[in-house]
Design a protein around this ligand. Structure first.
Ligand SMILES: [Zn+2]
Length: 350
């Protein structure tokens, strides 16, 4: 199977110009819909492209631009649905700025309901800033980095726990490269108003290879979310996504007239990194004793793993090495050595 994207050309600043193209003209006022068209030569389509849906709503009043993405992982639904609903809402709302929405950023993964692309196996949120030599998924990342980031004043990439994780609803952000960027990111977290907000370096997750990390490295105020679990649509998570985006678009002067619910407040937390994470020490069936949001103590029992290889042996007991709040737990019962079973956060001073 070819993973060739297409030939590429250098642009003036020495970087490689993206071969991904669209009919959308971002500076034109009004609503335009098309695709980010990702050239891909396959066995069944020699000269075709992969369609990644994209909408640009431009109020032409000189206000800031929000870049909103979801479906970066195809099995996470709250963001996908929230952005699809938002497009209809914004179409009848007067805008002072511009909103660029891609509700299914890894469209091939979205269409099969999987985290990674069925075309090249690419995990889009581990391929930033992207490249043109690693298949179409990396080419999507490269397009976002090289073309869309330059248009954006703020970036929100909506994620959820997906197939494997049950997550406490929260926003996450990298810290920013200096005090002023840190302040802009903190403002974005507060405006979004998820129940919890974590400033993190992404270790344990995607580190610097995620969309929001790549945006932060270019000086853009960027956040991501975790809003649900188990590859279904959480009503609570959807409502947090819709409310958060509305507050951001209103407070940043992009859609000043958009309706919002009561102002939410967020609790700032930090991840307890490796010591706060419990990984499966063996294969087996995972039995959890605690839920996301629950406070736990050092030494508290977290759960059991019932081993496959010796039914007479006592189940393997899991205990927390630190005290904290459960941020996530593994969703599927079936587990294998190395799976992340629990992660903890702890509250930090405002
Ligand atoms: Zn995700």
């Amino acid at each position: 199977m070819s993973t060739s994207v297409t030939s590429s050309t250098k642009i003036d600043n020495g970087s490689i110009k993206s071969p991904v193209w669209t009919t959308i003209k971002f500076d034109v006022p009004g609503i335009q819909t098309d695709f980010a068209r990702v050239p891909y030569s396959s066995n069944t389509s020699a000269y075709g492209w992969i369609p990644v849906p994209m909408v640009c709503l431009n109020g032409d009043k000189g206000g800031p631009t929000a870049l909103l993405t979801a479906g970066t992982h195809g099995d996470e639904y709250e963001g996908q649905v929230a952005l699809r609903k938002l497009i209809h809402e914004l179409a009848k709302t007067e805008l002072q700025g511009r909103v660029i929405i891609l509700p299914a950023l890894n469209q091939p993964a979205v269409k099969v309901g999987r985290r990674n692309s069925p075309i090249d196996g690419g995990n889009l949120n581990r391929l930033f800033p992207g490249s043109l030599s690693d298949g179409p998924t990396a080419a999507i990342a490269h397009y976002v980095t090289s073309e869309l980031f330059s248009l954006a004043d703020l970036v929100i990439d909506l994620h959820s726990g997906g197939t494997s994780l049950d997550y406490l609803p929260m926003t996450l952000a990298h810290p920013g490269r200096n005090e002023s960027e840190a302040g802009a990111i903190r403002r974005l977290l507060q405006c979004f108003g998820a129940p919890y907000s974590a400033v993190t370096n992404g270790s344990g997750g995607g580190g610097g290879s995620t969309l929001y990390a790549a945006a932060e490295q270019r000086g853009i105020a960027a956040i991501t979310t975790e809003l649900g679990s188990g590859s279904t649509l959480s009503e609570t998570g959807l409502s947090i996504a819709e409310s958060g985006i509305r507050h951001v678009l209103r407070d940043f002067g992009i859609a000043p007239a958009i309706e919002v619910s009561a102002k939410p407040t967020t609790r700032f937390v930090r991840f307890l990194e490796r010591n706060g994470t419990i990984y499966a020490p063996c294969d087996g069936l995972f039995e959890s004793f605690v839920k996301p949001g629950q406070r736990v103590l050092v030494g508290e029992k977290a759960g059991l793993i019932h081993r496959f290889d010796d039914v007479l042996a006592a189940p393997t007991e899991l205990k927390f090495a630190e005290a904290g709040i459960v941020a996530f737990r593994r969703f599927p019962t079936l587990t294998a050595t190395g799976d992340a079973l629990f992660g903890l956060v702890t509250e930090v001073a405002e």
